[in-house]
Design a protein around this ligand. Structure first.
Ligand code: F6P
Length: 325
């Protein structure tokens, strides 16, 4: 193992918040201190790095946060950091605080920021934290399980009212350009149709037909899940109503999906990834992205990770279709 010359690290959360980010901050801080490192908590993502908005963390500063949603360090999408000048300011400010390495918790936009820092000589380790599960090198991203359970809770409630009125419900779920939340919640919530950006769709064949066939078999309510990347839920709902005569209501779940207390899966995953990130730095390994593959925590070179592509699991899509009968 290479000798580490890292003595002080900074940890930040960037991009959209995700439940479990606090568990990751806690893990990085406690593992860092356990391994004899000084740990700075950087506030408001890369903006905080540029402005020196950071404080030394102690074992106690991360007490009582594992169960909380959001991020105690807060987060931002920094426009300035996207410029070369911004990156250089970040490096220079890290120098002022004696920070040798950064742990970045966020999505792929945040990882691109980390890669830019790495190109200017900063040591970085990234931890995947986004509800979207759209980071290619990892099977899992922190926040995904909690968000799906939030969606599922909403689906169950909407089904109660949809059944009572014999209606159709069209629900838009988050995931930016990825259909992961939509597909899994479609299976778990028993959706008649799931429309995702990764697949072309034909509204008559993929939505209207399963609804009408379902009605002919005696179904009393109908659920269509539309991933955010498709949008147009209102238009889809009106089309369904016009074509089927079934009263149809649309719901955009929105940011409720990003909040709430993290599930056990998210807390444990965040804890494992946070400890692993610190161990990488301790062992002189940096410019890596922490990942979960086949249940094991591993890591990838940051450039390699950013060049990887993730495709939606076709088996899951088929399961959803079979069970919607
Ligand atoms: O990346 C997480 C996410 O919640 C996406 O699903 C969504 O497209 C986006 O963030 C929303 O971003 P904002 O909170 O900036 O509106």
């Amino acid at each position: 193992m290479k000798e580490s010359n890292v003595g002080t690290i900074g940890v930040l959360t960037s991009g959209g918040d995700a439940p479990g980010m606090n568990a990751a901050i806690r893990a990085v801080t406690r593992a860092g201190i356990y391994h004899g490192l000084m740990v700075y908590g950087i506030h408001k993502g890369y903006d905080g790095l540029l402005n020196g908005n950071m404080k030394e963390m102690t074992l106690r500063s991360v007490g009582d946060i594992i169960q909380r949603g959001g991020t105690v360090l807060q987060t931002a999408r920094s426009a300035e950091f996207a410029t070369e000048e911004g990156v250089n300011r970040g490096i220079s400010m890290a120098g002022v605080f004696g920070i040798d390495a950064l742990v970045v918790i966020g999505g792929d936009g945040s990882f691109r920021g980390a890669r830019d820092l790495a190109r200017q000589g900063m040591k970085v380790v990234c931890i995947p934290g986004t509800i979207d599960n759209d980071i290619a090198c990892t099977d899992y991203t922190i926040g995904y399980d909690t968000a799906m359970n939030t969606v599922l809770d909403a689906i169950d409630k909407i089904r109660d009212t949809a059944y009572s009125h014999e209606r159709c419900s069209v629900m838009e779920v988050m995931g930016r350009n990825a259909g992961w939340i939509a597909v899994n919640c479609g299976i778990a919530g028993g959706a008649e149709a799931v429309i995702i950006p990764e697949h072309e769709f034909d509204i008559d064949k993929d939505i209207i037909l399963p609804i009408i066939e379902g009605r002919n078999r005696g179904k009393k309510n109908y659920l269509v899940i539309v991933a955010e990347g498709i949008g147009r839920v209102e238009e889809i709902a009106r089309y369904i109503e016009d074509k089927t005569d079934i009263i149809t209501r649309e719901t955009i779940l929105g940011h409720i999906q990003r909040g709430g207390s993290p599930t056990m899966t998210d807390r444990v995953m965040a804890s494992r990834m946070g400890v692993y990130a610190v161990e990488l730095l301790k062992n002189g390994k940096y410019n890596r992205v922490v990942a979960s593959r086949g249940g094991k925590i591993t890591d990838y070179d940051i450039d390699e990770a950013l060049n990887m592509k993730k495709t939606i699991d076709e088996e899951l899509i088929n399961i959803g279709k079979i069970l919607a009968l």
